[in-house]
Write a protein that binds this ligand. Sequence first.
Ligand code: PLP
Ligand code: COI
Length: 357
Amino acid sequence: MDIKITRTTSPRPKPADPTKLGFGTVFTDHMFTMDYDTERGWHDAEIVPLDDLRIHPGAAVFHYGAEVFEGLKAYRTEDGSVQLFRPMDNMQRMRDSAERIQLPDFDPDFLLSALLQLVALDQEWTPAVPSASLYIRPFEICTDIDLGLHSIGKAKMLIILSPVGSYLSGGLRPVSILIEDQDVRAVRGGTGYAKCGGNYAAANRAAARAEKKGYSQVLWLDGVHRKYIEEVGGMNVMFKIGGKVVTPALTGSVLPGITRRSCIQLLRDKGLEVEERLISVDEVMDALSSGAMEEAWGCGTAAVISPIGSFAYQDKAFTVNGEQIGPCAQELYDTLTGIQWGRREDPYGWTVKVPKN
Ligand code: PLP
Ligand code: COI
């Protein structure tokens, strides 16, 4: 399928100071859109000037949350080129998410080529300052105009781009975490492993309670036993306990993070032992109180590597590593961002160059 490209005739000004970018509020000049129906399949693939969507208020996405999304970044390297990090992993995960919600499947090679064309067109928007990047948000929604609960017949795929700075306002400053013991985010058999909007809506109440108490993020426990550590709102979690790195196993209710996968490989290649397994909240609290917990951090595309400075659970609170980033998280951050921003060699073939426009 060809992609029709209509360029904007009124390009908008780029952010005046890219060192002051927040996360996800500024958007580039263009977007990708493509429609699906059961008769024609995917059709009308277009790159057009960014604009509001015109969607009927009866569309099922507004009522029953049939939506999946992805998040990846384009990085400006020192030679001025722009590159992506493991983008095919995002395409594959989006197919898995769509399958869970029964949104129509798509050709990942085609979507990646559309994404590359869009980023190539708007590549001037990729910030050229440290730690800033161009965040890429593909998403797929159900556009059936139908308040009945039926299988999905119509959908829309979009990609929008946003120049971003740090996701967490403190950058690499360690965050404070509240371990949630009331609400749950996901259960095995549910949608936890999928990147669908409803998972994030389900997290809002606990996040609001945590924020009111002065915590930056919520750490979820599993929905059945309320006992095993799962993940943080927008990142996977890793602990360094007694010399080993441990991270929750992918049991079906945790998002299989691409940063998590990359961190595990980098850590193992540096000779560290990494265990993917069930970790109970009691084990974490014991490690914190005995001093065996050397470091803890979250990892994700938006959050990169985010050191955790403290945990609170019920009536107990502990700090980690004097609320400083530890050597393991720092080295991981340096290696990962080194590869992403092209400052270090990429022996894994994780990076993909965006063609010059
Ligand atoms: N967990 C959740 C709930 C997320 O939203 C994200 C962000 O995408 C992650 C983990 C980390 O995944 P990734 O490293 O692929 O960005
Ligand atoms: C990402 O890291 O790409 C995400 O989608 C997380 C989101 C909460 C910003």
